[in-house]
Design a protein around this ligand. Structure first.
Ligand SMILES: [Zn+2]
Length: 373
């Protein structure tokens, strides 16, 4: 799932031209850099035939498994100091017991270690499938997810080409937990769509997606104030069978008050929360928060971020007060922009192809081969 990305939208609008990629890359060489862990003081690394090198490419003599630690100046591996470390394996590398393909880089930051996996894009996609959906869904839905994730990754690669990495491995971008959950159906969906991406006007699109829209997908401009012709809301009754279509969340007044205050909203003795406006898709745009500190009006998107994306699952909800609690009852899961994953599942079960599904959720786009092959 792709969540709030306001910051990156501001710097990467319409950046990727289709032609440059098709000339330069092939499925066997296109790589992506994914931040697979951040903030830890130490990690345990291992795997078959692992070789460690330092930032200059010199081999570090160490036996595996080994512990990489952040030190006062730089890092160490198996007690040997280094400024940064690259780990290579002919097979799968293990990081804290999880398997990863490709090359792993570990670098120190002011907030712990930064672990980056540089991996072939097509291999990354195979691992991603079972993090985002289930490969046991109808194959056309899995193929749609593969195309969307490839498109999203390539867009971010270009937009963040001057950064240390291109993608987070969380809901901020796309969830990725390594290669342990790869399976044959994920491989098939990726291979059958090899190199395929969505374009609009000859450029790779910013292919946002979410879990379930709750009845109508959302215009991008309603979420991030940026207009995309291919990210227009469409009717979607297809996700009605999603288990997360209706959600309920109870939060005590005291807890919510603490959350709001730490999110920068001036609140004292919280009394009520009230939706004050909704957009045409039914999602709340702003909320009024009444406390003894006065009235604050905040965007519903900000409220969801403060409460947690997994707590307030969408901005389409009703709120009531029961004793000392607020009870939220809502529909849908995610921001609602672009492909609705549970809707895509139902469309595939109804016999639609992945091409049909993609052209429905991203109107006006074309499916094209990005790789030479
Ligand atoms: Zn939907």
């Amino acid at each position: 799932m792709v969540h709030s990305v306001v910051f990156f939208l501001a710097v990467c609008v319409g950046a990727v031209t289709f032609a440059s990629g098709s000339e330069a890359a092939s499925a066997g060489t296109e790589t992506i850099r994914v931040a697979v862990a951040r903030g830890m003081e130490q990690i345990r690394v291992g795997g078959y035939g692992v070789v460690a090198t330092d930032g200059r490419g010199a081999r570090i003599a160490v036996s595996f498994p080994a512990v990489v630690k952040r030190e006062k100046s730089g890092i160490s591996i198996g007690g040997a100091p280094a400024r940064s470390i690259r780990l290579h394996s002919p097979g799968v590398l293990q990081i804290n017991g999880k398997g990863y393909r490709g090359t792993i880089e570990v670098a120190p930051t002011t907030r712990g270690l930064l672990v980056i996996d540089e991996i072939l894009l097509e291999e990354y996609l195979i691992g991603l499938i079972n993090c985002e959906i289930s490969s046991q869904w109808p194959l056309e839905a899995v193929k749609a997810q593969a195309v969307v994730a490839r498109t999203f990754a390539l867009y971010q690669k270009e937009a963040r080409k001057n950064s240390l990495y291109h993608l987070e491995s969380t809901v901020s971008d796309q969830v990725y937990e390594g290669c342990d959950i790869e399976d044959g159906r994920a491989v098939r969906a990726v291979e059958e769509t090899r190199g395929e991406v969505l374009t609009y006007g000859g450029k790779i699109i910013q292919a946002f997606f979410h879990s379930s829209c709750g009845g109508h997908t959302e215009d991008a401009e309603n979420v991030w104030s940026i207009r995309y012709p291919y990210l227009r809301g469409v009717a979607c009754t297809y996700c009605a069978s999603s288990p997360s279509i209706i959600w309920e969340q109870t939060i005590s007044k005291r807890k919510l008050e603490t959350m709001l205050r730490s999110g920068g909203v001036p609140v004292f003795k919280l009394r009520s929360i009230r939706p004050v406006s909704r957009n045409t898709s039914g999602r709340i745009t702003s909320l009024e928060i009444l406390s003894e500190a006065g009235v604050s009006t905040i965007p519903a998107i900000q409220f969801r971020k403060i409460a947690g994306y997994g707590v307030i699952r969408s901005t389409d909800f009703e709120v009531s007060t029961v004793d000392d609690d607020f009870v939220f009852i809502g529909v849908g899961f995610g921001h609602g922009v672009g492909l609705c994953q549970w809707g895509a599942k139902q469309r595939a079960e109804d016999g639609f192809s992945y091409r049909d599904i993609l052209s429905y959720y991203y109107p006006g786009t074309r499916l094209e081969k990005y790789y030479a092959d």
